[in-house]
Design a protein around this ligand. Structure first.
Ligand SMILES: Cc1ncc(COP(=O)(O)O)c(C=O)c1O
Length: 369
């Protein structure tokens, strides 16, 4: 048989992204805590805007996303001309790799870093370079030691996924200041809204010409199913990324829902508060059962078990009881499970089951408030 077409170098090295499972065979009502989704769902105002958009489906959407960018700019105090919107922040990450890295170039990500950095680097023909972390925290010195003349991008999620840990403001500024001008530092703020008073890295974007921030509507805004994200950078960078962006990369329904969502600050505040409350409770409950976790700044906990076998057995037990969490062996954390902070009932259920798995009957843990 004749040989088929050959893909570009790097493409066949890409391992397909594995999303969080959402079904268990034979179980009707599962509790899904595997994809860091918002258990309280999106703002009612976002749902209404989405429904209204249904009446205009014959129209092409805006190509410049001006109205959504203006709303984001207003809420975050940023210049809308320095914002780009994409189909999830994944798309912004893809644009960054396409724009700034290619064959012969290196893209740095960290040991337990989000898998899309590696995938997007390979898709652009570049070489992903993995840098060690220190006790599941991004290590700025290790990153700086890995930078070469070929480095084009450094990706850091802050808070990080799947660890939930953060790099402090000073350390981030030190990294931004020490990176050579030819390296773009991408601060992925997918979980930034869960952190009190954190700007996601916007102030560093303002200070350093080679820093970019990415953000998403998939987490605190509860719009993961709709696929909307955005990036903030200096104008020249946004101009470059816009050249790669399809003119209609976001639908009118996406744009309308995202704009309503970002303007509904009460909903964001409610979700932020509930997440913080349940995160503290869940971490306490797990600790009582002998399952430690690092202090998380996001909407999930990285629960650490004694071994890979124990983590796998706990995962299987939870599944058999209809609770889906995330195995993170692919993130070099084989003895851990990532558990999204759910609503109160889900948190109590998962804590209770882990207690049973560990041989403790009672739920234990945090205050019963
Ligand atoms: C660290 C991080 N960055 C980016 C994303 C991508 O988010 P989205 O493409 O839904 O905006 C995720 C999603 O899980 C994430 O965890």
């Amino acid at each position: 048989m004749a040989k088929g077409p050959t893909p570009q170098p790097g493409i066949l090295e890409i391992e397909l992204y594995v999303g969080g499972a959402s079904t268990v065979e034979g179980v009707a009502n599962v509790i899904k805590l595997s994809s860091n989704e918002n258990p309280w769902g999106p703002s009612d105002k976002a749902i209404e805007a989405f429904q209204r958009a249904a009446h205009e489906l014959h129209r092409y959407p805006s190509t410049d996303h001006a109205s959504l960018r203006a709303a984001i700019g207003e809420v975050h105090g940023l210049d809308p001309n320095r914002i780009i919107c994409g189909a999830g922040s994944d798309e912004i990450i893809t644009f960054l790799c396409q724009a700034y890295a290619g064959p012969g170039d290196e893209v740095i990500h960290t040991e337990h870093g989000f898998s899309m950095y590696r995938i997007s680097a390979l898709a652009a023909g570049a070489k992903p370079v993995e840098v060690p972390e220190h006790d599941r925290v991004v290590d700025v010195d290790a990153i700086l030691a890995a930078v070469t003349k070929k480095t084009r991008l450094v990706f850091i999620a802050n808070p990080a996924n799947p660890t939930g840990t953060m790099v402090g403001k000073k350390e981030l500024a030190r990294l931004a200041g020490a990176l050579p001008a030819h390296v773009v530092l991408v601060l992925d703020g997918a979980y930034a809204e869960f952190v009190d008073g954190f700007d996601g890295g916007a102030s560093l974007v303002n200070r350093f010409p080679n820093v970019v921030m990415t953000r998403t509507f998939s987490k605190i805004y509860g719009l993961g199913g709709l696929r909307i994200g955005w990036g903030y950078a200096r104008r020249e960078v946004i101009d470059v990324l816009n050249r790669l962006r399809g003119p209609f990369n976001l639908s009118s329904a996406q744009l309308a829902a995202a704009e309503a969502a970002v303007r509904d600050r009460d909903h964001v505040a409610r979700c932020h508060g509930e997440n913080a409350r349940m995160r503290t409770w869940l971490a306490g409950a797990l600790a009582v059962h002998g399952v430690p976790s690092d202090t998380s700044s996001a909407n999930f906990l990285l629960a650490r078990f004694g071994s890979r076998a124990e983590a796998e057995a706990c995962d299987a037990f939870l599944k058999s009881e209809g609770v889906i969490v995330r195995r993170v062996a692919g993130y070099k954390l084989p003895d851990c499970l990532r558990i999204t902070v759910g609503d109160e009932a889900s948190c109590r259920r998962v804590a209770h089951l882990i207690g049973l798995f560990k041989g403790n009957g009672a739920e234990g843990g945090g205050d019963d408030d």
